[in-house]
Design a protein around this ligand. Structure first.
Ligand SMILES: [Cu+2]
Length: 311
């Protein structure tokens, strides 16, 4: 009997192996974990104040629960029929009604006060150090670093896309970040107040990274605002949170938070990439004084036309 139980546990552990592999392989910072019961603490001050508000309300609810159910249990036990208790016959008691109306009102005011204060803090996008415009498309995100001339789209990573279209059952060890990985993550500096302006180009999407502590609707024709200052470098994952069409489940969000200096280097490199087609590794075209009017991409694939020395 003992042996079979041991075997059963062994099999269960073996069945869970991919799950542990998932937990070990993923680089996801502040990720939810198996059997997590409480909400996550997140990675920004917004997430933290949401968590703290949640814990305060939770504590108050537990206290109320203990008092109410404790009083009920006490009354049922102490004044039970077998002990000869006789029910009182009164129906109304003004004093009791005032008390049980006033106390909940005071509790609600006590909760609304800090909650309102926190909401105001969460929506205050003033004094941001940089702005990122997020645009939702069916089914990808576009990120623009406003004023920097850097923009790119972020789509489901090829590996996840191939796996999902394979038609097979996907095991966790095949892709630890299955459907939560993109080709180009949104790169942000840590410790920097970043303002987001969020919109969409086709249908309503919602940009959501739980660790940032908020989600914001992306609505065509409307610009919504939000902000985040990520505390720690890491990879933070999220998803589109508004049913936006058949591939709604395949447009994840990945934020890569890096130290400020690293971000500055990355941004400089991106700017260089987006810069107008300077002598971008085109040895043949080097001496040409005037570039033909062609986009950089075509210029790179087709060899430069016969050098016409315009001298
Ligand atoms: Cu969407």
């Amino acid at each position: 009997m003992k042996q079979t139980r041991g075997l059963r546990w062994g099999l269960a552990a073996a069945a869970m192996a991919p799950a542990w592999a998932w937990a070990a392989d993923t680089d996801w910072t502040a990720a939810p974990h198996r059997w997590q019961l409480n909400m996550g603490q997140g990675a920004t001050s917004t997430a933290r104040i949401a968590y703290e508000s949640h814990m305060i309300v939770f504590g108050i609810c537990v206290a109320i629960g203990i008092i109410v159910f404790g009083a009920m249990a006490y009354a049922m036990f102490k004044f039970r029929k077998s002990k000869g208790a006789v029910a009182a016959q009164f129906t109304h008691n003004t004093k009791a009604e005032i008390v049980w109306t006033t106390i909940p009102v005071l509790i609600l005011i006590g909760l609304a006060w800090p909650a309102t204060h926190n909401l105001i803090r969460m929506y205050d996008t003033r004094n941001a150090e940089m702005t990122v415009k997020v645009t939702g498309y069916q089914w990808m995100w576009k990120y623009e670093y406003l004023g920097e001339g850097v923009e790119y789209t972020s789509r489901l990573a090829r590996r996840s896309d191939d796996l999902r279209q394979s038609g097979g059952i996907i095991r966790a060890d095949q892709d630890p970040n299955y459907l939560l990985e993109v080709d180009h993550p949104l790169v942000l500096p840590v410790g920097t107040k970043v303002r987001f302006v969020v919109t969409a180009d086709d249908v309503i999407h919602a940009w959501w990274v739980p660790a940032l502590g908020w989600k914001q609707d992306a609505i065509p024709g409307i610009v919504n605002e939000a902000w985040a200052s990520v505390d720690q470098p890491g990879i933070y994952r999220g998803q589109c949170a508004e049913l936006c069409g058949k591939d709604h489940g395949f447009m994840p969000v990945v934020v890569k938070a890096v130290p400020k200096e690293q971000f500055a280097q990355w941004l400089a490199a991106e700017k260089a990439k987006n810069a107008p087609p300077a002598p971008a590794a085109e040895p043949a075209a080097a001496p040409a004084p005037t570039q033909p009017e062609q986009p950089a991409a075509t210029a790179a694939t087709t060899p430069a036309p016969a050098p016409t020395p315009a001298g």
